[in-house]
Design a protein around this ligand. Structure first.
Ligand code: 13P
Length: 243
């Protein structure tokens, strides 16, 4: 049995359409074995979603990185659920810490995006996680209770919903949460919202198996290591490997 259920690669603002097509075409055979046991997802930037889908890889799902809560309207720079569904996108991230920190996303906007996406049939990976200062102040549990509580209050049903715990101090820093820190945070998330919980923050091929082996870690949301076919395939293989 696989030790993870879902491994997602968040490309952030990397890879245009041509690269998206060639990447997914190369990734598909590289994850053939792993994808028999778990879901493999890539999250390209909006302009590359169509190209990633056109690669036609049945074993690689394509998710957006964000979606708006309104059906249509004067929301410059945003994308609606129905636009993503029309393209064939299967799901979306919401509330990534870069959205929260750099673009003013809140618990409320994150929840609104989640609700609209679920209502439109998209799977959702909702991201939560504490800042370094919050962890140092002993506030991790309170932050998670607030962030996950806002999702739990808004969610009509939990089907199709996944939470990604991404401690902000571990994102793109090479600093990874210890397996105990990840397990502890995941248990808090799952107490409030009983859905699969992914870990994100400097997941690499060499730490993935240990992290994914923890009982409340159901998968990974991978940034930097998802930009290379071999390293992302290695993380997927680690998740597919029995403990
Ligand atoms: P890194 O894996 O580069 O730390 O990024 C994590 C992340 O933010 C995934 O959403």
């Amino acid at each position: 049995m696989a030790i993870a259920s879902l491994i997602a690669g968040n490309w952030k603002m990397f890879k245009g359409p041509a690269e998206a097509t060639s990447f997914v075409s190369a990734l598909s055979p590289a994850v053939a074995a792993a994808a028999n046991e778990l879901d493999v997802v890539v999250c390209p930037p909006p302009v590359s979603l169509g190209a990633a889908l056109q690669a036609g890889a049945a074993n690689v799902q394509v998710f957006a990185q964000n979606v708006h809560w309104a059906e249509a309207g004067a929301f410059t720079g945003e994308v609606s659920v129905s636009m993503l569904v029309e393209l064939g996108v299967a799901g979306t991230l919401v509330g990534h810490s870069e959205r929260r920190q750099l673009f003013g996303e809140t618990d409320e906007t994150t929840a609104a995006r989640m609700v609209a996406a679920r209502a439109g049939g998209l799977q959702v990976i909702a991201c939560v996680g504490e800042l370094e200062a919050e962890r140092e102040a002993g506030e991790t549990e309170a932050v998670l209770e607030r962030q996950v509580g806002a999702l739990a209050d808004a969610a009509d049903d939990l089907d199709g919903l996944v939470v990604a715990y991404e401690p902000v101090w571990a994102i793109g820093t090479g600093r990874v949460a210890t397996v105990e820190q990840a397990q502890e945070a995941h248990a808090v998330v799952r107490r409030i919202l009983p859905v699969p919980v992914l870990y994100g923050g400097s997941v690499k091929p060499d730490n993935a198996h240990e992290l994914l082996g923890m009982p409340d870690v159901d998968g990974a949301l991978v940034g930097g290591a998802s930009l290379d076919v071999a390293s992302f395939a290695a993380v997927c293989a680690a998740g597919a490997r029995s403990s």
